[in-house]
Design a protein around this ligand. Structure first.
Ligand code: ATP
Ligand code: ZN
Ligand code: ZN
Length: 805
């Protein structure tokens, strides 16, 4: 093949197609689809992906490929196909789709180099420029940028004495380690060793080492340590060609110094057995089925995953397990590494760029068989995939909130179809979408209704915080919660205190009656805007001013709401000075490893109370936790989001699930200003089924998923009027092109109306089936392409948005 079709790393509509490049003779037969290459593009060089090969090009002047970055394709055929599919289903640029499937380290880094065109130019260079080129011909732009000579450089470039060359580099290099090996026969080494004088005693030491270990290749550092020498005798011996040094590639292993205790499969309970058998069937028969494993907290879902994976590995196939970022705790990793040891690669954001790259390469080379990772691990480059598991399938973080805006669940199903293998979605609180699909038979439902060993689900008490206020308690702890915290601290048992930080300060509530001011048209709470003291609805645009008294009970105790973890910690220290507290939030877990350290401390019982935000809600399994407290259950309930009830129910269920998982029974206290809300009531009774029924009714009534699909178009611009007028035109365009069954809401300001000094407007499309939708949205992007390139306009399109924020 003489030509390659290449997708170049330039994100624009005009370049969102394949360009032809000539394959130089030396690389014919070597270059394959899926490889990364460097190609000339205009005046510079850019990275690109080869997506296909061909013998003819319809263009006359085709430039040759400049460099090849891979020896084996970075993207498999399957991933190339997924890239095209992502482009169509999420309306992103092809290059964004391909880049999203690879670790960040493999993205290109561009560096400008300034090069002297020829030696003849040197003497004539400007005196401020000359010193840079006295002894060399090129210098990196970044080293000049800081100097005060940029203008002079510019002049020389314009004059043609210097030129700019764009270098493409890989962000991250492979890590190598120096290894030393004998480079001569043992007999020769012996002869040399005998000749060594007293001054060369150290050399003798090294020679003797390699006489004894003739075939060994040892890391230099280890050799120096063992023999207690510096590297100079080794260097001398290398010079004499008696030893040889090699740079051997090593992996950065984030779990290097940890020992994983090997675990054996547990004897499954009857429920687990019933749940696993259809999965095993599907594995055996290479069938593509999607299972929804709906199992209460502590029902042993993870053990079912582990044994399902085992059957996949026994077949010689590979598996992917997706876990939400925040529950990818060391505990979680241990469970998989403990069972499958070095067959496991782990991918999560806590790893350095280099570590992620190394884990990815282990997968790419087929050195591991199982990946446990967050969202993007769904693109693991396995070629013989036997199963994809998504734990906590309801989690919002499986949706990527930037281009490509894909949902890992959709990618998983797409891949599993290709490989004819099962997908297992697991959750104690399935998303409404998935549960509805299971109801229709699209997914197969597997239920685990009881905790392992019939341990009871914890008793849940819902406290009405309005009553607390009435009886004179103005602290953030109800008397019941405080009493129980005291009790656990005295008994040496542990408590988890959960503060929901999302929705901080954004809604207005009456502290006497719990009334939250909502929109008259949308059944959604209004958002408080400090500026002008306005309350606004982010769905329909309704606006009113902040009431002075509660519209329901006329109380003056009306205010917007929110508390930080730090304040809770301070108050807790006042009312419960004897308790030892570990606080976990973004502030205390910023540094690498701190998350793990705090959890280990808590596990070692160095604290009585673990206080934290979302990050402690999931996955934790500590035997001595017998009390879980939720400080304000309401904060999320009133977010301007059609999923707010669902998210509240899910979160309360998850947090409650941390209590009483082992011998000691657990108890939960939920504090709320709207204790009668169905998501709180039903969560306290562990009643998912009723919650599902009720929430489905509300979704149907208001035309939300899973009854309708949504698409969200967000326009942003530094000028408010421009943002509004473009959004208006878009809404009009959509109204004209789409069918009458479609509802188009807006234009309205986005829930976050200004980010980075850019005004944001949006319009929401609700539809059931709409042939024209993708094409119409694409037309919008084409129509505004110029404005987007030149005039700071940005338009983002989110098909199936997960949140409205
Ligand atoms: N068959 C079994 N026999 C004995 N113990 C088991 C069995 N299966 C699971 N367990 C134990 O029960 C506990 C709860 O199981 P696991 O964590 O897998 O539940 P889960 O459903 O994944 O929970 P969650 O959704 O709350 O994270 C664990 O300590 C686990 O080791
Ligand atoms: Zn009131
Ligand atoms: Zn409204």
């Amino acid at each position: 093949m003489r030509f390659a079709s290449v997708i170049v790393d330039v994100k624009a509509m005009q370049t969102d197609r394949a360009f032809d490049y000539l394959i130089p003779d030396k690389w014919t037969g070597f270059i394959k689809a899926g490889m990364r290459v460097i190609v000339p593009f205009g005046p510079r060089k850019v990275q690109g992906f080869v997506i296909g090969l061909k013998n003819e090009s319809e263009f006359d002047r085709v430039k040759p490929i400049a460099e090849v970055m891979d020896i084996t394709p970075a993207l498999t055929k399957e991933l190339l196909d997924i890239g095209h599919w992502l482009t169509q289903t999420t309306l992103c640029f092809k290059i964004s789709a391909f880049q999203a499937m690879l670790p960040a380290a493999m993205k290109a880094k561009y560096e400008k180099e300034i090069v002297l065109v020829s030696d003849e130019h040197r003497p004539k260079l400007h005196p401020k420029v000359l010193p840079f080129f006295q002894s060399r011909r090129s210098i990196f732009w970044k080293d000049i940028e800081k100097s005060d000579s940029v203008k002079e450089f510019q002049l020389e470039i314009e004059r043609g004495a210097l030129e700019v060359i764009y270098q493409v580099k890989q962000k991250n290099k492979k890590k190598t380690q120096k290894y030393i090996t004998a480079n001569a026969e043992t007999a020769e080494l012996k002869k040399e060793s005998e000749l060594c004088t007293a001054q060369a005693a150290k050399q003798k030491l090294v020679l003797d080492y390699f006489i004894e270990n003739s075939s060994l290749s040892v890391p230099l550092q280890e050799l120096l340590l063992q023999l207690n020498i510096t590297d100079s005798p080794v260097k001398t011996l290398i010079k004499k060609k008696l030893l040889r040094e090699e740079n051997i590639e090593v992996y950065r292993d984030p779990y290097e110094d940890r020992i994983f205790k090997k675990t054996e499969p547990l004897a499954l309970t009857a429920e687990q057995q019933t749940a696993i058998s259809p999965i095993l069937n599907s594995v055996e028969q290479n069938r593509h089925d999607v299972f929804l494993m709906y199992g209460v907290t502590g029902s042993g879902k993870t053990e079912v995953y582990l044994q399902s994976i085992e059957s996949v590995l026994n077949q010689g196939k590979e598996a992917i397990v997706l876990v939400p970022e925040i529950s990818l705790t060391p505990q979680m990793v241990n469970r998989f590494k403990g069972r499958f040891g070095s067959l496991v690669a782990v991918l999560h954001s806590g790893l350095s760029v280099g570590e992620k790259y190394d884990e990815w390469r282990k997968i790419h080379r087929g050195e591991v068989k199982l990946v446990v990772g967050a969202r993007s691990a769904v693109f693991a480059p396995f070629t013989n995939l036997g199963m994809i598991i998504i734990d906590e399938e309801h989690e919002g973080s499986y949706k990527q909130e930037e281009n490509p805006r894909y949902h890992a669940r959709d990618v998983a199903v797409y891949r599993a179809k290709f490989h004819q293998c099962p997908v297992v979605l697991g959750s104690a609180t399935p998303s409404l979408e998935s549960f509805a699909r299971a109801g229709k038979g699209v997914y197969q439902l597997l239920s685990l209704k009881e905790r392992v060993n019939q341990r009871p689900l914890p008793q849940v008490e819902v406290i009405d915080m309005r009553d607390e206020l009435r009886s004179g308690n103005r602290t953030m702890f109800s008397s019941s919660l405080l009493e129980k915290l005291q009790d656990r601290t005295q008994k040496g048992e542990q408590s988890v205190l959960f503060l929901n930080k999302r929705g901080y300060s954004s809604f207005v509530m009456c502290r006497d009656c719990g009334c939250v001011t909502g929109c008259p048209h949308c059944d959604i709470s209004l958002t408080y805007h400090k500026h002008g003291s306005q309350l606004k609805c982010h769905y329909c645009g309704h606006e009113e001013s902040m009431p002075k008294v509660c519209p329901e009970c006329s109380s003056e105790h009306i205010r917007f709401f929110g508390t930080g973890t730090q304040r809770v910690e301070e108050e807790l220290a006042k009312v419960l000075p004897e308790a030892r507290i570990i606080r976990m939030d973004v502030d205390t877990t910023g540094r690498k490893g701190s998350h793990e350290k705090l959890l280990t401390q808590f596990g070692n019982k160095e604290a009585d109370i673990l206080l934290g935000t979302q990050m402690i809600a999931k996955g934790l399994d500590f035997p001595d936790v017998t009390l879980v407290g939720v400080l304000t259950a309401d904060t999320m309930l009133h977010l301007p989001d059609f999923r707010s009830s669902e998210k509240t129910f899910q979160l309360l269920t998850q947090v409650s699930g941390r209590a009483g998982r082992h011998e000691l029974p657990g108890e939960v206290v939920i504090q709320s200003y709207s204790p009668e809300h169905y998501s709180i009531q039903l969560a306290s009774h562990h009643d998912y089924d009723s919650f599902y029924q009720q929430e489905m009714l509300s979704r149907k009534q208001h035309a939300y998923p899973p009854f309708y699909y949504l698409a969200l178009v967000t326009v942003s611009h530094p000028d408010l009027l421009k943002a509004v007028s473009v959004t208006e035109k878009i809404a009009k365009h959509l109204n004209q092109r789409l069918s009458d069954t479609v509802q188009i809401l807006g234009p309205v300001a986005s829930p976050i109306p200004r980010i980075n000094d850019r005004y944001r407007y949006q319009c929401m499309i609700k539809y059931k089936r709409e042939e024209n939708l993708h094409a119409s949205l694409k037309m919008i992007i084409e129509r505004y392409q110029q404005d987007m390139n030149k005039n700071q306009l940005s338009i983002s399109i989110d098909l199936n948005p997960n949140t409205m924020m």
